[in-house]
Design a protein around this ligand. Structure first.
Ligand code: ARG
Ligand code: ZN
Length: 862
């Protein structure tokens, strides 16, 4: 069942025009498809094989006459076809029973589609691959009162009433597109309308459709859409090509959102926001996801992927674009820090585990398993490196060249890089290794100073144990040098290009040994080792002008302390903290005015347990958890006065707005609250409860709830009170209920698994809704200390949930199975429990392909 990139061949047939008719009824939907087809002149003549899944075929006709065909559960084959012909098929599908949420499915307020990657074949027989591009005309028929809104890609051309209280609408998409960008919606939805005038004067009608009574949660997304449209014109000269741009929000959705041409379908999580129900982070995520799907209109839709191995062609590039948009809109410093935090928490472990793959995989069993942090986030880092190597202007020229060459085509990652090379003159031959190899490269750096010659030598060694060979990468390493007082040495900022396994660079005319700052702005997705002294790191934390590397210095300091403390705790000793760390944190707090509250909040947030676990030979989750919390408590004890003072000083008096300035203040204030809560005093708990009760916005209310949810006292009245009040207030807001579930499944408390189990039976939970499963179950799987309990109870629970879900929703079940990725990093006892859980899943009869691929790779069987 494995598909290989090297086996790519062009399609034997092309489909120029698609006419679809959907007759939507309670007992099923009838889909009539009329395809204008012809042989592909560049392909070798072959049998026509159409893809399908769970289709009940009613008829097949070629040029109006019943045809002879061979049908299997997943294919329909025809022979002896003329050079050009019309193929008509009629099928019945059951969207009301489509629990996979792929293809056409039912949700509370109507019918929705998700076709990427291979969902279109669940709607009709088709050549379901992205290099088959067609024009579509679509007609929908449904009951008028129950489904007043009928939408498809493109422009509305006609509509009317029918017998029995039904109505119909026809839409026409003027652009050729692959089937994965197809979408229809039939539902009872409210709509927020607006418009945008493009730079060249095109008037685009904008619409956001949401479940009834949620219009007051739409303005932020609409605003984000207009800002995205403007930003893409300014930064990349890219204008919207549509007359209608629609966004539809649905509460049942496997992923974040989908860029269907002119008719994006979104998870409600990335549309709905109001200050009392959404946090600053939610507002920012909505900006980024709305932008992401809009940016796909060029990077993905106008130029699409030749095959699914090229997924990062559109995803890595579009994530890079949404990151840049987010950085321009909010706070560039902290945006970069959060990107790297996310990369280290998700992508680095992925790249070191059983599912490791290059950003362009060479093979897959189930493509849905490759919508990963690697394809998306590492893919974006690879695009960012291209920009670093050829500069912003060079990158813009490369983008222009890419669209000049490939508009309207389905292309490969090589095509993209070739356009960048042509526009810039840069040789990317060696760089292509980033596309073809799994694993995170390690770069070991060292410095030596020749005082007599005034020469500083930086020496780099690179390696990647996961790669198939030892050839070196081209790695851009941004560096700068600082003197002993923390002054940046003039002229020392540069981008070094590592191209060899071992390499040296000299910097001359130095009076004294400098402190090097390496990999500034995180210029490449690598592990970088340098034997910094704590003094050097403290200096960089205080003085480095590149905010990312200032933050990084603090993370390095903290990581060393926590890992040492974990070893001590495991050996039955108590951890030791040097005075210098709290002193550095104190100085950091004092720089709040210059550095900004948002930066200080990030710098005071210790590296996450998952990131630290990657640095341990054998992970001891209990010792790691205890060590990290002990360092938090140490800071709280040393800096209690500062934290209380700042907490009071940072209160915001003006009305809530999700601006970067306000969000930064709230973030730092809530970091202070979090530290004060480490003191485990009644005063701190009362403070948290007071914030919880008085807050006029979800950011502050939720931060208070999250800190209370961690309290590990047998009886903590404030904790119980806040959790109960939160649910009572928000039980009818699905996205807020998700937060309530998440705050309990991510809790530090030892009884978290019992709580999570109990919550699976609570009315707030819905085992058919992906957001609920992610909030309660997947978050539990990311709770390092509780999921990896030594008795294996976390693993057994997760295996039960996966087996419960795998045939109803294989995509979501497969994502849960990824919680086991790092099982081999733990001790033998835990490994035995994890292996048993994985084997239990593996041995289940009729396991879905999605879960099977993940589990067999995890067990080392594939
Ligand atoms: N292309 C979408 C996005 O990144 C993601 C859709 C993925 N869907 C899936 N079933 N794998 O914006
Ligand atoms: Zn995308």
């Amino acid at each position: 069942q494995t598909v290989y990139l090297k086996d790519y061949t062009p399609p034997a047939y092309l489909i120029d025009h698609v006419e679809l008719d959907f007759d939507i009824r309670a007992d099923g939907t009838t889909v009539t498809s009329t395809l204008a087809m012809r042989r592909n002149p560049v392909a070798t003549p072959a049998t026509l094989v159409l893809d399908g899944e769970e289709l009940h075929t009613l008829s097949v006709a070629v040029d109006g006459k019943p045809a002879t065909y061979t049908e299997t559960p997943t294919s329909l084959s025809l022979n002896d076809l003329p050079a050009a012909f019309t193929l008509q098929t009629v099928v019945r599908i059951q969207p009301d029973h489509n629990t996979r949420l792929s293809g056409l499915y039912r949700s509370t307020d109507g019918y929705f589609t998700q076709c990427e990657a291979q969902g279109f074949r669940r709607i009709t027989w088709f050549i379901d691959r992205p290099d088959v591009m067609s024009r579509y005309t679509v007609t929908l028929h449904a009951d008028q009162a129950t489904y007043p809104v009928l939408l498809a890609n493109g422009n509305p051309v006609a509509a009317g009433a029918e017998a029995d209280g039904r109505h119909w609408a026809t839409w026409e998409d003027p652009f050729k597109k692959p089937a994965y960008l197809f979408a229809v919606v039939a539902g009872k939805l409210d709509v927020l309308r607006d418009s945008f005038r493009t730079a060249s004067g095109r008037e685009v009608q904008l619409a956001i459709y949401v479940e009834p009574d949620k219009l007051d949660q739409c303005p932020h997304a609409m605003d984000a859409l207009k800002k995205s449209m403007k930003w893409d014109e300014e930064r990349f000269g890219l204008e919207c090509d549509l007359d209608h741009y629609m966004i539809v929000a649905v509460g049942d959705f496997n992923m974040g959102a989908m860029e269907n041409k002119g008719l994006n379908i979104f998870n409600t999580k990335y549309v709905l926001a109001r200050s009392d129900v959404a946090t600053d982070v939610d507002f920012e995520n909505i900006d980024r996801v709305v932008a992401h799907e809009y940016f796909h209109n060029w990077t993905g839709n106008r130029v699409t992927c030749r095959d699914w191995f090229q997924l990062s062609l559109k995803e890595g590039l579009t994530v890079f674009r949404d990151q840049e948009f987010g950085a321009d809109l909010h706070n560039r410093q902290t945006a970069r820090i959060r990107e790297v935090r996310g990369l280290r928490a998700a992508q680095f472990p992925e790249d070191a585990g059983p599912m490791a793959h290059p950003i362009r995989p060479a093979s897959f069993v189930e493509i849905n398993n490759f919508y990963t942090a690697t394809v998306y986030e590492k893919g974006a880092e690879v695009i960012r490196m291209i920009q670093t190597l050829i500069g912003r202007d060079g990158f813009r020229a490369g983008m222009d060249e890419y669209f000049r060459r490939h508009d309207g085509q389905a292309v490969t990652c090589e095509d993209f890089v070739a356009a960048m090379a042509a526009a810039s003159g840069f040789d990317f031959a060696q760089f292509m290794r980033w596309y073809n190899q799994p694993g995170t490269p390690h770069v070991a750096a060292s410095g030596s100073f020749d005082a007599a010659a005034g020469r500083y030598t930086l020496r780099f060694t690179q390696s990647n144990p996961r790669a198939s060979d030892a050839a070196p990468y081209l790695i851009p390493v941004r560096v700068a040098l600082f003197d002993g007082e923390g002054h940046l040495l003039a002229g020392s900022e540069q981008t070094l290009q590592l191209t060899a396994t071992e390499q040296e660079f000299h910097i001359d005319n130095l009076a004294a040994e400098p402190v090097p700052s390496l990999l500034r702005d995180f210029s490449a997705p690598v592990y970088l080792d340098f034997a910094y002294t704590p003094e050097q790191l403290t200096l960089l934390l205080a003085h480095e002008s590149d905010p990312f590397n200032a933050w990084e210095a603090g993370q390095r300091l903290a990581s060393t302390l926590i890992l040492d403390a974990a070893r001590a705790i495991a050996a039955g000793q108590s951890p030791q903290w040097p005075d210098s760390f709290a002193a550095a944190a104190r100085r950091l707090l004092q720089t709040q005015a210059q550095r900004g509250a948002a930066f200080v909040a990030e710098a005071l947030t210790l590296p996450g347990e998952g990131t630290l676990a990657e640095m341990m030979e054998v992970v001891d989750p209990d010792a790691l958890h205890a060590a990290r919390n002990a360092l938090r408590r140490h800071l709280a004890e040393e800096l209690e006065g500062e934290f209380s003072g700042l907490y009071a000083a940072l209160a915001i008096s003006e009305a809530y707005a999700p601006t970067a300035a306000q969000a930064g203040r709230r973030a730092l204030r809530n970091v202070c609250l979090g530290y004060l809560m480490e003191l485990d005093t009644d005063a701190a708990r009362r403070l948290a409860l007071q914030q919880f009760e008085k807050a006029d916005n979800m950011t502050d209310q939720f931060a208070a709830l999250a800190s209370l949810a961690n309290v590990n006292a047998e009886l903590c009245p404030q904790r119980e009170q806040a959790l109960a009040a939160f649910y009572a207030t928000w039980q009818d807001e699905a996205l807020v209920v998700d937060k309530w579930l998440a705050v309990q499944s991510t809790s530090r408390r030892p009884d978290t698994l019992a709580t999570v189990k109990a919550l699976t039976a609570h009315p707030a939970f819905d085992a058919g809704n992906p957001n609920k499963i992610y909030a309660l179950i997947r978050n539990f799987g990311a709770n390092l200390v509780r999921f990896n309990a030594a008795d294996g109870s976390g693993y057994a629970f997760m295996a039960d949930r996966i087996l419960d879900l795998h045939d109803r929703n294989p995509q979501v079940a497969s994502r849960l199975a990824r919680c086991f990725d790092r099982w081999k990093k733990f001790d033998d006892t835990r490994q035995d429990h994890a292996r048993a859980a994985l084997q239990r899943i593996r041995n289940h009869p009729d396991l879905s392909r999605d879960v099977l691929e993940v589990v067999t790779r995890s067990l080392g069987e594939a």
